[in-house]
Design a protein around this ligand. Structure first.
Ligand SMILES: Nc1ncnc2c1ncn2[C@@H]1O[C@H](COP(=O)(O)OP(=O)(O)OP(=O)(O)O)[C@@H](O)[C@H]1O
Length: 811
């Protein structure tokens, strides 16, 4: 793209002129390190009191200019020009560049007391380079990563040549560069222009011919052109920039989408403010103009709906409570009646026993009486022998006996009648009791049926509430953050879990809130269950990113990869994606996976046996890793194969580099492309699964050689991740994705139209408490980040028949 670039132009361009205050004379460093001063002298001011920003030198100034090209290059693309009222003068002073004291004030080097730890810091030099530094036992060193790869003593003069930031906490509220202020005007980082970068371009100027252009990334991206006459890069004025083919291409989707936005200068200004991202620009426009109206009432509606549902749930709960009370009262009554019935039955049994024994007695008495009557003599009494006398019964006595027997018999009959009457009464009572019990049982049945219905309703309401909450989160575009505490049978858990969304550290008074807390007893299935909806949305064309962040050994790999017998999110999500894709008959899906690791800021392809490291290329909001290998996923065996190959290559790479795999970031990238045969649309979703390296501070014992270089690289990338979150959370224009390879690769997943989830993994052990709290704080901050509403990547176009496996691979 664009014209050729000379080798001189490939040097980091000097841009100090652009950021100097408007009234100061401007110095720029040329390649031979002499001073080149460019001053504009106003016609009315011979002393140069009205010196201003640089512009093209007078001799080449176009005499007659197309009004469209009327602007002169200067700061912020000013559309007013002084060109007719003065002239440009250039003064070259040979010699080594020296900075005046007013350029940059000296800063105090921070000292850290009472720490055995190694404190890692970053120094941003004004020349655009950044260096990892460390403070140990009162001394400060920097890692000479640009040359010797050695830790060297921190140079004293750097106190006036840049800015030092502490990375010990990853929750910095400001990104490193924005910490500079008016008094310490640190120059933004300049970069050598990468060859073949899509930021390179040109414009054809009516009088100056073809000018090379390049979009530099500073506090925000800026479009420059290379001015041969000045020998430097100057900022493109808006009206010139309108003629850049690259910018025209970027403006096209905006003009197409927002057809009533006609002022091209305005559009370009907005495009600049959106870092040349047309989609962010459109979204910003819509946010200001319409989305507030679109989203707010929607949120209000949702909140109202939630309140209504709350009210219904409250009423249902009251009814359930009332029914429960009734049921308890009925149960009590039933128990009482059963007891009464048992005692009545007991009484009946006693009476029956009594009646039976009386009957036996009466029968015996009757038999005796009968026998006596038969023995009585029919004739006159005769004299009895002494034996006869003995058996003789006095008739008087017999009469008495008979009477008493009759009396007894009468009593027996009365008792029998009484018993029969009582028995009938009891039978009636039992019948009534049975009827009552049946009534109670049937009402209990209907009540329990009612309770079940209510329970179901309640569950449904709770589910709807959860769905509405998820929808609300999705509308807001929040990063969902889950916290998981690792299982450890050797130590007692020092954390508390007041609810399934809160986690309390023993040192804190307020619990940390997350979208879901997984306690040590939570299973891999439960963890996957809650991430499932987000993950599977990539089948519908969403970009999804899942990250695991935490201290070493806190369970990141267990959560993401897991053991083969109990796999984690990585394998489960791939299997689920495959299952869903196979179930949808009318859509042809192609799933491809790739896997890389970032170790010491170098990217290694884990699916390729080649040891060549990968580079990142940016195209708008997309990135490419040219040469990265993709493997197609068609079966469950493919999934196992991919993780086996990746794992094996990771081990080999770790052995070669003499490192531990946990000191690198592991990133699995899955692309799901689906062509719907019915609607003719093609959706492309990506799932990025990232197991980050451990976030802990470096202990004094480990602060040597390789370990320390690894720690510095991890620290740098995790700090950069924290800075990206902070910039996103505070709505900054410039999101410093390019501060590390990790954030650069994750740019499309954290860049505004994606859905992101983060697992913060923590140890239950009290010995790790400070790291645990630091991780939870990091997660809490990430939870505040709103990426904006996720967008589906669905296009109406012909299906791509065969995915390219080894070309320039998009991610
Ligand atoms: N939820 C859990 N249940 C049971 N064991 C677990 C759990 N989480 C982690 N572990 C075990 O704890 C150990 C450390 O876990 P893991 O390797 O996942 O930590 P990590 O955070 O990935 O560490 P590193 O940063 O070093 O890669 C492993 O032996 C793992 O099996």
């Amino acid at each position: 793209m664009g014209g050729g670039v000379s080798s001189e132009k490939n040097q980091p361009p000097n841009i100090s002129a652009r950021v100097s205050p408007p009234t100061a004379s401007v110095t720029s460093r040329s390649s031979n390190r002499s001073f080149r001063e460019i001053q504009f002298r106003h016609a009315s001011d011979v002393d140069g009191a009205n010196s201003c920003q640089p512009g093209p030198s007078a001799p080449d100034k176009p005499k007659k200019m197309d009004p469209e090209w009327d602007d002169q290059p200067g700061p912020s693309g000013s559309r007013k020009s002084n060109k007719m009222e003065g002239k440009w003068e250039e003064k070259v002073t040979p010699g080594v560049m020296e900075r005046t004291k007013s350029d940059l004030s000296e800063f105090e080097l921070p000292q850290y007391e009472n720490t055995d730890d190694v404190i890692l810091e970053t120094f941003f030099h004004q020349d655009g380079k950044d260096f990892q530094c460390m403070y140990q036992a009162g001394r400060r060193y920097y890692l000479d990563s640009w040359q010797t790869q050695q830790w060297l003593p921190f140079p004293e003069q750097w106190k006036r040549e840049g800015i030092l930031t502490t990375n010990s906490t990853l929750n910095d509220t400001q990104p490193a560069l924005s910490q500079s202020d008016e008094s310490t005007p640190v120059q933004p980082a300049t970069q050598a222009r990468p060859v073949g970068d899509d930021r390179e371009g040109y414009i054809d100027h009516p009088t100056r011919g073809r000018l090379d252009t390049y979009i530099f990334e500073e506090k925000r991206n800026v479009h420059y052109f290379y001015d041969n006459m000045v020998g430097s890069w100057l900022q493109l004025p808006v009206s010139w920039e309108l003629h850049s083919e690259h910018v025209k291409k970027l403006m096209a989707p905006i003009e197409e989408t927002l057809s009533d936005w006609r002022d091209r200068h305005d559009i370009l200004a907005a495009l600049r403010a959106s870092n040349y991202n047309p989609y962010t620009c459109i979204e910003n426009y819509l946010t200001i103009a319409e989305r507030a109206a679109l989203v707010s009432p929607k949120n209000a509606e949702d909140v109202e709906l939630l309140n209504e549902k709350d009210h219904v749930i409250e009423n249902l709960q009251k009814t359930v409570d009332q029914l429960r009370q009734d049921l308890e009262e009925n149960n009590r009554q039933l128990q009482k009646e059963q007891q009464e019935r048992r005692s009545a039955e007991e009484q009946i049994r006693e009476l029956e026993d009594k009646v039976s024994s009386l009957e036996v007695e009466v029968k015996a008495a009757e038999a005796k009486n009968e026998a006596l009557l038969q023995e009585r003599p029919k004739t006159a009494p005769r004299s009895r022998s002494p034996e006869e006398k003995k058996t003789f019964v006095n008739p008087e006595l017999a009469k008495q006996l008979n009477e008493s027997m009759h009396h007894l018999h009468k009593e027996y009959l009365q008792l029998k009648m009484e018993a029969t009457k009582r028995f009938t009464e009891l039978q009636q009572f039992i019948k009534q009791l049975h009827a009552g019990m049946n009534k109670v049982f049937s009402s209990y049945g209907s009540q329990s049926q009612e309770t079940n219905v209510l329970r179901l309703l309640y569950r449904k309401e709770a589910m709807q509430r959860k769905l509405l909450y998820n929808k609300l989160q999705e509308l807001r575009g929040n990063i969902r953050v889950f916290a998981r505490c690792r299982m450890d049978s050797r130590s007692k858990c020092c954390l508390q879990f007041p609810s399934d969304r809160e986690i309390l550290a023993p040192t804190g008074r307020k619990p940390f809130k997350f979208d879901k807390i997984f306690s040590p007893t939570s299973t891999q299935e439960q963890v996957f269950e809650d991430t499932w909806p987000v993950i599977t949305s990539c089948v519908d064309g969403y970009n999804v990113c899942i990250l695991a962040y935490g201290q070493t050994s806190s369970g990141k790999t267990y959560t993401m990869q897991g053991p083969p017998t109990n796999p984690g999110v990585n394998v489960r999500s791939l299997k689920e994606l495959l299952k869903i894709c196979n179930e949808r008959d009318n859509v042809d899906y192609v799933i491809q996976a790739s896997m890389v690791e970032i170790y010491n800021e170098t990217i290694q392809d884990l699916l390729s046996s080649s040891t060549r490291t990968l580079d990142i290329r940016t195209h708008g909001n997309r990135i490419q890793l040219p040469g990265m290998k993709h493997m197609e996923v068609r079966t469950f065996e493919d999934i196992e194969n991919i993780f086996a190959v990746g794992g094996e290559n990771r081990k080999t790479a770790a052995t070669k580099m003499n490192s531990e795999s946990s000191r690198s970031h592991l990133i699995c990238m899955i692309t799901v492309e689906g062509h719907d045969r019915t609607s003719g649309t093609t959706s492309t979703g990506t799932l990025t699964l990232c197991d980050l390296a451990g976030s802990e501070r470096v202990g004094k014992t480990e602060a040597t050689g390789k370990r320390l270089v690894e720690a510095a690289a991890i620290n740098k990338s995790l700090s950069a991740l924290g800075q990206v979150f902070t910039a996103l959370r505070t709505g900054q224009l410039h999101i410093p994705y390019r501060n590390s390879k990790l954030t650069h690769i994750l740019q499309p997943s954290l860049g505004g139209d994606a859905k992101a989830c983060m697992f913060v993994t923590v140890s239950p052990d009290a010995a790790n408490l400070s790291e645990t709290v630091s991780s939870l704080e990091f997660g809490s901050n990430a939870r505040q980040v709103q990426l904006g509403q996720a967008k589906q990547n669905v296009q109406k176009r012909a299906p791509q028949v065969a995915p390219d496996n080894d070309g320039d691979d998009d991610f």
